[in-house]
Design a protein around this ligand. Structure first.
Ligand SMILES: Cc1cc2nc3c(=O)[nH]c(=O)nc-3n(C[C@H](O)[C@H](O)[C@H](O)COP(=O)(O)OP(=O)(O)OC[C@H]3O[C@@H](n4cnc5c(N)ncnc54)[C@H](O)[C@@H]3O)c2cc1C
Length: 416
């Protein structure tokens, strides 16, 4: 360890998940470094506290770096290598070594066994204190300038502090205090857009059906987008659930450009094509010809939704499978495998949402998270043009980028 490394002053801008992970890593790796987290609000880790509906979905049980990276509409290519360095398995070990037992739910999401995000917050605060990280709340940084011997950080009250290395982790750059300063340093901010939202749909077919969900649906934006599969939930306002949130993430920029007014094609039965469905209906005609259509829903379709789809397909209360007319069958097949709905607005998902867009990824070296433009400046977390689908991927990206930067900031580098 050189004397220079021992003296390193590290400033972390933002006391969220990425900031804490980087600060703890750096301070544990080099106890002689001075690591300070500057947090603008009066509380650290606010998003961790409210995350996952107060339970904090810390990561996802997906342990293959390539598959994991595939869950990121933006940042996938860059994160692939980074996940070879720090992935969910490492996250799980990190928390368990610090006394936070985790559990995996059926859908792969990982939570603390306490089902309480306070467990995660307390773990970070304790680990930071033990590692000697200095914690400053109500200290917003509004400017970063390059000095001959490092950086000057300007606070909101115009006082300044010096640092050898700076980790920038202020979260979303939407109305950020330091966006302008980052641009002045030569960085590019890719256009920002909300991601992970549900769709406003006012349509007689789903009116009064809020709370009903279909577990294997498929949905896409018309006229053309990749389809997204998974559960779809009918809400008071329209549609939500994993398939909708996934679509909102993959199409975040396009839907913003459409001002959230667009049409979707909803296939309630993801496993059926119109042909396979017609074959199934023909078999029902043979097997259960005298049974009422209304009383015999297709597997996977809740009864009240089925009744509504029968009604809009012109199928009367007393119609039996044997007496189903061809135009009624055609309408029912369309409703089940390619129904069109108009979306007119959005609501952010309460359990998890993120901003798409941020620092251009080409400007960052993902082996260290150091800026390719300003040596000594590092980035991590949501301020980067990275965002994942819902399920613990966004925190994993914060932990991974924070970890890599935390290690790099105390292992040499160009500016000291
Ligand atoms: C309601 C909600 C629930 C979520 N739940 C989950 C979940 O369960 N699982 C999951 O994977 N993801 C979840 N996410 C996403 C996740 O919270 C983010 O991806 C993650 O918090 C990003 O971490 P970060 O450290 O980059 O940013 P943040 O957590 O936003 O932290 C940035 C911090 O920097 C501070 N700051 C900003 N500017 C300055 C400045 N100029 N000077 C000093 N401080 C500054 C902010 O006050 C903030 O405390 C959720 C998001 C929301 C909104």
């Amino acid at each position: 360890m050189t004397n220079e490394m021992q003296r390193t002053e590290i400033a972390v801008i933002g006391g969220g998940g990425a900031g804490f992970f980087a600060a703890i890593t750096a301070a544990e790796r080099n106890p002689r470094a001075t690591v300070t987290i500057f947090e603008k609000s009066s509380r650290f880790l606010s998003k961790v506290r409210i995350s996952g509906g107060g339970r904090c979905n810390v990561t996802h049980a997906c342990f293959d770096p390539a598959e994991l990276a595939g869950r990121f509409p933006r940042g996938s290519r860059e994160l692939r290598g980074a996940f070879h360095r720090w992935q969910p398995r490492d996250t799980i070990r990190w928390f368990e070594e610090r006394g936070v037992a985790l559990k995996t739910e059926d859908d792969g999401r990982i939570f603390p066994v306490t089902d309480d995000s306070a467990t995660v917050v307390d773990c970070f605060l304790e680990a930071a204190r033990e590692a000697g990280v200095r914690l400053r709340t109500q200290t917003a940084i509004r400017g970063i300038t390059i000095a001959p011997d490092g950086f000057w950080l300007r606070m909101q009250d115009d006082t300044v502090t010096r640092a050898d290395r700076v980790f920038v982790a202020p979260g979303s750059l939407q109305s950020s205090l330091i966006g302008a300063s980052l641009r002045d340093l030569g960085h590019t901010i890719e256009p920002l857009a909300p991601s992970l939202f549900s769709f406003h749909v006012s349509d007689g077919r789903i009116r009064g059906l809020q709370g009903i969900s279909v577990s294997r649906a498929r949905v896409r934006v018309l006229p053309k987008s990749g389809p997204r599969e998974g559960p779809v939930l009918i809400t008071h306002e329209g549609f939500s659930g994993p398939a909708i949130l996934r679509l909102s993430a993959w199409e975040a920029r396009r839907l913003q450009a459409l001002d959230y007014r667009f049409d979707i094609a909803l296939q309630w039965l993801a496993d059926h094509t119109p042909e396979s469905l017609r074959a199934e209906l023909a078999s029902r005609r043979k097997r259960s010809g005298d049974r009422k259509v209304k009383n015999t829903p297709m597997e996977g379709i809740p009864k009240r939704l089925w009744e509504s789809l029968c009604r809009v397909s012109g199928i009367g209360e007393s119609a039996t499978w044997a007496r189903l007319k061809s135009e009624q069958e055609r309408a029912l097949v369309t409703e089940l495998t390619g129904a069109r709905y108009s979306v007119r607005g959005k609501t952010m998902n309460k359990e998890e949402f993120v901003t798409c867009g941020g620092i251009r990824l080409k400007e960052v070296d993902f082996r260290s998270m150091e800026s390719r433009i300003v040596p000594g400046l590092y980035f991590g977390g949501e301020c980067l043009d990275i965002d994942g689908i819902t399920g613990g991927f966004n925190f994993q990206s914060a932990w991974t980028t924070g970890r890599i930067a935390g290690e790099a900031m105390v292992s040499g580098g160009q500016r000291s």
